[in-house]
Design a binder for this molecule. Structure first.
Ligand code: DMJ
Length: 470
């Protein structure tokens, strides 16, 4: 495979201008029947990072690329990097690497382990990753693994409100952690709906949807929700309303689950949610569009502190048809990226200073540029991703892979390559640069960890009964 790609790269370099390479109106280099040069570059860097994961961290959760060792999330590894990496490697055509992961998952992965897993994170990474692995491999044994994993998650949802606890023990089903944020409370309809579809068992979707309704039903009179809640009493622990980290994927899943499954109830909740978000949280400051934090009962702004996770929002705005706000917001994020060369994790847009200057190789701004490029066809978004990729290579690249940055003002590196770098960041870069040559934008829906699902597989006449939608 390596030789094959190098041959293509060589042909492109030698003959690119004369043999069918062409520039489209959007300046994208397209090489007939092959990959573009930037796409090949992303594939090459992904393979290099993957090989380092295998060399230094195989069998463990995360590669530590500076010390060339590994880190695990819990006392025992859950194999998170390979499960998260699979769908990206698959889309890039790295079939041998994928076969190896599939085999390991089937032969060696056993979820009957005595660890307390964080329900939100394992849902989007492990359950989401296994479900897209099932779609791509069409191996029923992978679906059985996904089902087994979800069954171990379900005890967390047996609370008075239906909102899951923070932790669940994968072996004993024991649960703990009564206080969760909204993203942790209600970002399950997407994966649980897909699992219900493939197993024809509505119990998963019903559990996910009950949690979502529990949040929605606790909205204030003006329609805003808070951000931290008690899973047993259903009382808000924090009444700050926003779309930042801690809430983000609640809104993402309302809209995507509505689109994928046609669940009208979720569509209605999304529509009423976006209306009040734009009414109370959209904020113009210094000629830019931002989304602030406000009190859920009064709608009064109480903070201009945002997180880089919020850069997912232009993608959702664009997908829902609001390209005007999507473009404005993406330009705000692009401005912030360029202020530092990478984005800070937490930033106060009124003070103009970072509250936490870390950059963890996060994907959101790249994800939104990918959506906007496909939805508007404007090459400006392609160029944004070219630049983000170039900056990531400049500041985050290490001898063996890529690593997070401790401070975007000094570009000091920290020793950690998060699993979503494989799952999301590299995938959205690759898909932007490869155009729609293999994967058509309109055919796929991504979970919040960028695991792709082919929309055409979900038949409208079966969804309602498989998911128990009335
Ligand atoms: C990812 O794990 C998911 O996208 C999550 O929803 C929030 N963002 C992180 C990566 O930044």
């Amino acid at each position: 495979m390596r030789n094959y790609i190098y041959s293509i790269a060589l042909i492109v370099l030698l003959f690119g201008c004369n043999t069918g390479s062409q520039k489209t109106e959007s300046d994208k280099i397209v090489v007939n029947n092959t990959e573009s040069e930037p796409a090949l570059d992303v594939i090459d860097e992904t393979r290099r990072s993957w090989q380092s994961y295998k060399k230094y961290a195989w069998g463990h959760d995360v590669l530590a690329p500076l010390s060339k060792t590994y880190k695990d999330w819990y006392e025992k590894p859950l194999y998170i990097s390979p499960i998260d990496a699979y769908s990206t490697l698959y889309m890039m055509g790295l079939k041998d690497e994928c076969k190896e992961i599939e085999q390991y998952v089937i032969d060696s992965l056993d979820f009957n382990i005595d660890i307390n897993a964080k329900i939100f994170e394992v849902n989007i990474r492990i359950l989401g990753g296994l479900l897209s692995m099932y779609e791509m491999s069409e191996n029923e044994k992978i679906l059985a693994k996904a089902k087994d994993f979800a069954d171990r998650m379900l005890p967390a949802f047996r609370t008075k409100t239906g909102i899951p606890t923070y932790w669940v023990n994968l072996k004993t089903g024991e649960t703990s952690g009564d206080t969760v944020n909204v993203a942790e409370a209600a970002s399950y309809t997407f994966e649980m709906g897909i699992l219900s579809y493939y197993t024809k068992d509505p119990k998963y979707y019903k559990a996910g949807k009950k949690a979502t309704l529990a949040i929605y039903n606790r909205r204030s009179e003006i329609g805003l929700i808070g951000d931290i809640i008690d899973v047993e009493t259903g009382k808000w622990v924090s009444t700050q309303s926003h779309i930042c980290a801690g809430v983000d994927s609640y809104y993402e899943y309302l809209f995507k689950s509505y689109l994928l499954f046609g669940d009208q109830e979720l569509g209605e909740i999304w529509r009423s949610g976006i209306e009040v978000i734009n009414k109370y949280l959209a904020d113009h400051f210094d000629d830019k569009l931002w989304y602030c934090r406000a009190d859920m009962y009064t709608g009064k702004k109480n903070s201009s502190v945002i997180t880089l996770y919020d850069a997912f929002f232009p993608a959702i705005l664009a997908l829902s048809g609001d390209t005007t706000r999507a473009k404005d917001l993406q330009h705000t994020w692009n401005w912030l990226w360029n202020k530092y060369g990478l984005e800070p994790m937490i930033y106060d847009y009124e003070k103009g200073t970072p509250n936490w200057p870390v950059y963890d190789l996060n994907p959101e701004i790249i994800e939104s540029a990918y959506y906007l490029y496909n939805i508007t066809g404007d090459s400006v978004y392609y160029k944004m991703n070219m630049q983000y990729w170039s900056d990531i290579k400049e500041y985050c690249k290490t001898e063996v892979a890529f690593t997070s940055i401790e401070n975007v003002e000094t570009m000091k590196k920290r020793d950690y390559m998060p699993t979503f770098f494989f799952a999301e960041t590299l995938k959205y870069l690759y898909l932007t640069f490869s155009g729609q040559s293999k994967y058509k934008f309109n055919d796929y829906m991504f979970n919040t960890e960028a695991h792709p699902f082919n929309k055409n597989r979900f038949k409208k006449d079966q969804i309602n009964s498989y998911l128990g939608i009335k």
